[in-house]
Design a protein around this ligand. Structure first.
Ligand code: BF8
Ligand code: SF4
Length: 632
């Protein structure tokens, strides 16, 4: 086991030492067992798309086989593999969104699935041009809107409805380059078809089709996921929470909710508030029920309820290793298949709930929109009844937690801006103009969206935190989602006090607007919130977002979803910096297309840079060049 990679993390070392004592296997043992990773796979030049293969071509031109059996060269193979990652990522985000829309379809005044933000329901309905959006009965409108949203996945004609949120200049680029996404399922299907054996072989064409598919994620699935979750469960507002493994409470029944989809988690939180359940917990010797969150489910629940954040992606095993988790409840995505086996080392029950992500080894309890609250009640009861089985000798919870502020939706950021600029006026301005004013005035130099996962190719959280700390020092405001947001929470960057770690300009903005310099905007589907606010800023200024000094950054990404995100962020005109190099270097042509050539036709490009300090230097150059071009 290599601990070198974990030196930066304050909890990992003790946690992994405990794992060894308990005889529990972790990702670090499995990583060591992998030995050296495959160089062909790393370069993206291994193809197993048909059964004549697998074929692997040389990652170094002129050395070894240059073509697979069918004649596909490195450019085609790399481009196809990359495109298939986009298809995987887009389908994950979008299928999650579909589940949210289904839940809205089942919403009613009597049932557990309710409309919590009626104003937003009416706003989106009006945006989608539903007649009488302001007067229709709430649930009739919700059902009409959800039926329309389901069509966004499979409609035979037209493009995604939310594209109109972008300024005309950006919409023109999409039309010209044919990357305005059609129905989401259609984009994924077309891309899987194009990457089938014997279909597209032109690497640039594959890139463009991949980008259009990614766009159907950002402007389709993810945006629908965000907006419809807000309508159903409430638009997030700023609130306090706490983060890191220390939020697990030795005296309570601890339930870890992990995954992505708020449907399940919302019901579990509701069930845990049931006084009967709390009484049962007390009867079993606990002080109560403590729900803690992990990964994007954690983000969804902290944004809306202040649920404590147990940690990010790497910490899923460490939570169980504390010996104090009664149940791990999961839905979809980013869940290690190793968890049920690890749970057996302790008393922990592992409960998977989605047929899309059935993980064998312990209990599968199917969650559905029809029976959601009953399912959640069963899960919470099972956890509570498991409390007496805890082995006190195996309980060791790191005494590390950090206060944090979360919940900065676009609406909440605008509320904060309004509170400062407009304190003298009766009417709210309701615009992001003050934000663009401070950027144009140079008080802050630009804005960065820092997002994505953990990856053992980077030290845990080191790249995230270094990038954020360096940016705020240089007066760049950061917005964060996903596991990057949880890294920021643990490092104390999501606090009002973090202003002391900023440059003078950003410090002043934080003081006046009463915000942290790093703003928690939610889960990974909520990168759509970042897209939205950037486009509102561009709109206010009447320009293409590609001209603004803003960047996207994924310092430690690992998932296919991240590849999809990078594609739609670049497609939206925002340069995107990746701290883990994608598996494309086996094709210098494709690499050049991503890092240089696509600038010509999309107005943005990818940057690969492993060193977070060098990355920030590059970002500052990028932002200053944009400022100069804007004449600001
Ligand atoms: O969607 S950041 S490890 S949890 S993929 Fe997964 Fe990555 Fe975390 Fe959320 Ni996003
Ligand atoms: Fe080999 Fe071509 Fe089949 Fe890929 S598609 S496995 S390169 S024969």
């Amino acid at each position: 086991m290599s601990n070198e990679i974990l030196n930066y993390d304050k909890v990992a070392e003790a946690s992994l030492a405990k794992a060894q004592r308990d005889g529990a296997e972790t990702m670090w043992d499995r990583r060591a067992a992998q030995k050296t990773q495959c160089g062909f796979g790393e370069a993206g030049v291994c193809c197993r798309i048909c059964a004549m293969g697998p074929c692997r071509v040389s990652p170094v031109p002129g050395k070894g086989a240059e073509r697979g059996i069918c004649g596909a060269n490195a450019d085609t193979i790399v481009a196809r593999n990359f495109a298939r990652m986009v298809a995987g990522g887009t389908s994950a985000h979008s299928d999650h969104a579909r589940d949210i829309v289904h839940a809205m379809h089942h919403s009613s005044a009597e049932g557990p699935f309710k409309i919590r933000d009626e104003a937003k329901l009416r706003r989106i309905a009006a945006e989608w041009e539903i007649a009488d959006a302001d007067t229709k009965e709430t649930y009739a409108l919700a059902h009409e809107l959800s039926a329309m949203a389901l069509e966004e996945f499979g409609k035979p004609f037209g493009t995604q409805r939310f594209l109109k949120r972008a300024p005309q200049a950006r919409q023109d680029v999409w039309a010209r380059e044919d990357i305005a996404p059609r129905a989401i399922d259609m984009e994924v299907t077309t891309l899987m078809h194009s990457t089938h054996m014997g279909c597209a072989a032109d690497y640039e064409s594959l890139f463009r089709r991949g980008m259009r598919t990614g766009m159907s994620d950002g402007w389709g699935g993810s945006m629908i996921g965000t907006e419809f979750s807000d309508i159903m469960y409430g638009t997030p507002t700023a609130r306090a929470s706490s983060s890191n493994l220390g939020v697990i409470d030795a005296e309570m029944v601890n339930i870890l909710i992990h995954g992505h989809d708020p449907n399940l988690a919302e019901m579990v939180v509701l069930a845990a508030q049931n006084p009967e359940m709390v009484e049962l917990a007390k009867a079993k010797g606990a002080k109560g029920i403590n729900i803690v969150g992990m990964c994007c489910t954690g983000n969804e629940m902290t944004m809306r309820h202040g649920i404590k954040i147990a940690g990010n992606f790497y910490q899923q095993e460490m939570c169980i290793i504390t010996g104090a988790i009664e149940a791990v409840v999961v839905d979809v995505q980013c869940i290690f298949p190793a968890l049920p086996e690890l749970a057996k080392t302790y008393h922990t029950r592992f409960i998977s709930t989605s047929e899309k992500a059935k993980i064998s080894g312990d209990l599968f309890l199917k969650f559905s929109e029809e029976t959601g609250l009953d399912n959640a009640n069963e899960i919470v009861k099972l956890a509570v009844e498991n409390f007496p089985n805890r082995d006190a000798a195996k309980v060791e919870i790191p005494d590390i937690k950090q206060d944090t502020m979360v919940g900065y939706s676009v609406e909440e950021i605008i509320n904060h801006l309004d509170a400062v600029v407009n304190s003298q006026l009766e009417d709210k301005l309701g615009t992001v103009k003050p934000l663009t004013d401070v950027i144009y005035a140079g008080v802050i130099r630009g804005a960065a969206g820092v997002v994505g996962c953990n990856n053992p190719k980077q030290q845990h959280d080191y790249a995230h935190i270094t990038v954020m700390e360096e940016l705020i020092k240089r007066d760049v405001i950061c917005v964060v989602t996903g596991c990057a947001a949880q890294a920021a929470a643990k490092a104390g960057l999501l606090t009002l006090e973090a202003k002391e770690r900023c440059g003078r300009g950003l410090l002043e903005v934080c003081e006046r607007v009463n915000i942290p310099p790093v703003l928690h905007m939610g889960s990974c589907v909520d990168i759509s919130r970042i897209l939205h606010i950037v486009n509102l800023c561009a709109d206010v200024r009447g320009i293409d977002p590609a001209l603004l000094p803003v960047v996207g950054i994924a310092p430690e990404w690992m998932s296919e979803k991240a590849v999809s995100i990078a594609n739609y962020v670049v497609g939206s005109g925002i340069n995107t910096y990746l701290g883990v190099i994608p598996q494309v270097l086996g094709s210098p042509n494709f690499t050049k297309l991503l890092t240089e050539d696509c600038q010509e036709f999309i107005g943005a490009h990818f940057v690969f840079e492993k060193d977070p300090i060098v990355m920030v230097d590059k970002i500052m150059e990028d932002m200053e060049a944009k400022r100069t071009a804007l004449g600001i």
